[in-house]
Design a protein around this ligand. Sequence first.
Ligand code: ADP
Ligand code: ZN
Ligand code: ZN
Length: 730
Amino acid sequence: MQDAAATSLPASDSTACPGVVQVAVPVPLYRLFDYLPPPEQLSPGRGSRVLVPFGRRMLVGIVVGQRPPLDDSQLTLKPIEQVLDYELIDNELLGVLEWTTGYYAAPPGELVGHILPRALRKTIAVRAPPPGWFRITEKGKAAELDRAPRQARVQTLLGCRPLQREALLADGASADALRRMLAAGLIEACTRPSAVPQPGPELNRDQRLALARILRARSRFQALVLAGVTGSGKTEVYLQAARHLLRRGRQILILLPEIGLTPQFVRRLESRLGHPAWVYHSGLSDGERLATWQAAQDGTARLLVGTRSAVFLPLRAAGLIVVDEEHDSSFKQFDGMRYHGRDVAVLRASRLGIPIVLGSATPSLESLLNCERQRYQLLELPKRAGTAAQPRWHIHDPCGQPIEDGLTEELRKRIRARLEMGQQVLIYRNRRGFAPVLMCNECGWQADCDHCSAHLTWHRGARRLNCHHCGSWRAAPPRCPECQSPQLEALGAGTERIEAAMEQHFPDYPVLRADRDRIRKREDFEQLLDQVSTGKPCILVGTQMLAKGHHLPGIGLAIILDTDQLLFSADFRAPERLSQAVVQVAGRAGREQPGEFILQSRHPEHPLIQMLANSNYLSSAKLLLEERKMADLPPCWSLAMLRAESRDPAQARDFLASLVPAIDTRRIRIAGPLAAILQRRAGYWRYQLWMMAENRKALSREIQALIKQIEGMPAARQLRWHFDVDPLEL
Ligand code: ADP
Ligand code: ZN
Ligand code: ZN
């Protein structure tokens, strides 16, 4: 951490000096910094992007306010180096970011990194990205280009329609030719062409009702939870709502979980809505992100589709926000400013005065509680659209049967039967790698991570032992490092092992694996979905990647293997997660023909399993919510975590313990310091103080008071600490 560049001082009534500018600077300190206006430019207003000296560096910050001129001690303040953009960020977005940093107890400077795309955070000028689309001009049509074959090629390609830069480059154009032609006025940049929107299916009664409710709220804030069973046609409802609002010239923002943002989905949006979709996610280059950001800001982009971070895109004429798969935990940021994209989206919609739709087959308990408290409105789509029915359920208890590579003989039989009927089979196992544990049969040694309190996962194909928590790895040993025995045994089965077993048992059918080892890019996933959508029989083995709303019409049998771990987890959210996984996986089966779902569990009598088997998700969720209420747990009570991490376990624990006396336990309840479920990660011991209150404001006040206290403590500078408000990770 660095010395403060400037100090805040009390205001005086001197009028001779110019006002002092308050700047959010991207440093991890809980304060704003004061600067003098730049000597040769106008004083920048709120939302301006400025370059400021900070210690020995120059940083890009955002002006959040002005204060009255100070007395002569202001002479120690440094001037702003340069105003890069006057009032770039409007009040609405800046206000949302200020609220977000406050609510999630993050340093105010965090807002800079979320409000600006990376290209605008650099101190050197970033060249505007080359235009994405080109069309030919009249001059270009008439030009004689015989002596410049590359340019002639562009002329031909653009002859009948605008094209994307990538398409031109792939088809014989060169970047140089494009540049020259642009400069000569032979071609010009254009936005992506709109197409005629394709009509969708006629909505059924439930869908029409949901659509009417959304549109009734079209010019005011209303959060609507669209709880539709898998395949009920939720997406069709968003699409119709979006279409109405696009026609009124409004912008639509659609937020999706990481893995949901496939090119396939983007194409569906574009063809149905007739507008180009501007995407925003971490896989884009800085220039691409900048292009979308600017198009969102100037209103060129009508249809915006992105992951969590897109919630902070500037919007000029917002009309509707959609959060698809709103229960998905990838909406929560796990480092830096630990915000929840869904919850920020709701706040944003309320500030913008527009409706927001939170869609899911398995809504979070948070959203359901908000419906119960009548803050949000619940819209149900209880039946599958069209003719498809929900699959038949079986609970399979492997007790007494040998399990080979994760599956029993009985399961293999059922898989074979489905394949022979020409159907596809999905096997869900939320564990990557070959085996979660590698153990020595002679001495009991187990391969553990040196840096985490966790086993290493054996990845047989890569011949490695990988830690899934810190990313470290080592070569898989041929024999036990303790006793030299060659009798190493792989315990349990991850996706890699199940894939291998399936290939061995069913050599005549393709086996496709979907997990982070196999699917590294969105394109990989797209390819896999394309292959599955041919409808030919195959076996699909994968992690939660497969349980996320994708439409896989050919699946006749879906199997979920690892439920038992979640039945006995220390995490109070485990039953909710299990219910969601089960319902989502079951929902993959039988989209177009009668399907079957098998849940493998050694505890078929467990009340949660029974509940899921015998009732629908919403009634199960209601019971889970009752349990949370009785235990004063979120979402009924508010929870925040103060975490400390250190290489020395005592230091982290003692630091938290030393804060306990300062907390007003009449207003909030605390527990701990307690070890995190993963007690050690990447060499750091992790402890946390649970802070809980029925009243969210009381909790917020207590957090703010604690921040002040911690910032004054020398001990705080010797370890890592942070707050996690509404934590999802325990
Ligand atoms: P969800 O988002 O709820 O999973 P989708 O909107 O993707 O569901 O719809 C699932 C399938 O059902 C899609 O193939 C879609 O075209 C079809 N569908 C949706 N609504 C209807 C309808 N009213 N009539 C016929 N088919 C529909
Ligand atoms: Zn051994
Ligand atoms: Zn590790």
